[in-house]
Design a protein. Structure first.
Length: 140
């Protein structure tokens, strides 16, 4: 993984074999990013995505293997229980150009991942909402 901060933006390259979510969290911790947004593109051959079942309030996850384009990954950076929290969604396209998507749990880079982190000054935390079953943004 390599990254370069340019003002309030961080240009990111995550290399083949590296895990995207872990790498992005590492960058946020090293640069003390507490609030921001992330967008990126790339390729993965092992990825796990989920969808929240709103009745059971549990994620239904599925792993995909084989070549997939990340087209795109989008998300935000906040704080949950004092730690960096990434809320990432991804659209994946397979060799047949069919797309699937969902909440990104993990993805291993198969070629490269290129992303931009847009840093927002300040901090927003999350707190658990029992009715929804999610850690929602804690806003005034």
């Amino acid at each position: 993984m390599k990254y370069e901060r340019l003002g309030n933006k961080v240009v990111v390259r995550i290399d083949k074999g590296e895990e995207i979510v872990d790498a992005l969290k590492t960058i946020c911790k090293k640069l003390d990013i507490k609030l921001g947004s992330i967008v990126g593109i790339g390729a993965t051959d092992k990825v796990k995505i989920g969808l929240l079942n709103t009745k059971t309030k549990k994620y239904q996850s599925k792993e995909f293997t084989g070549d997939h384009e990340i087209a795109p990954l989008v998300g935000n950076i906040t704080i949950l229980n004092g730690e960096v929290c990434l809320h990432l969604h991804v659209t994946l396209c397979n060799v047949e150009h069919k797309a699937v998507g969902g909440h990104l749990t993990s993805a291993v880079v198969s070629a490269t991942f290129e992303g931009i982190i847009d840093i927002i000054e300040g901090q927003v935390t999350r707190e658990y909402n029992d009715e929804v079953g999610l850690n929602l943004l804690s806003l005034k």
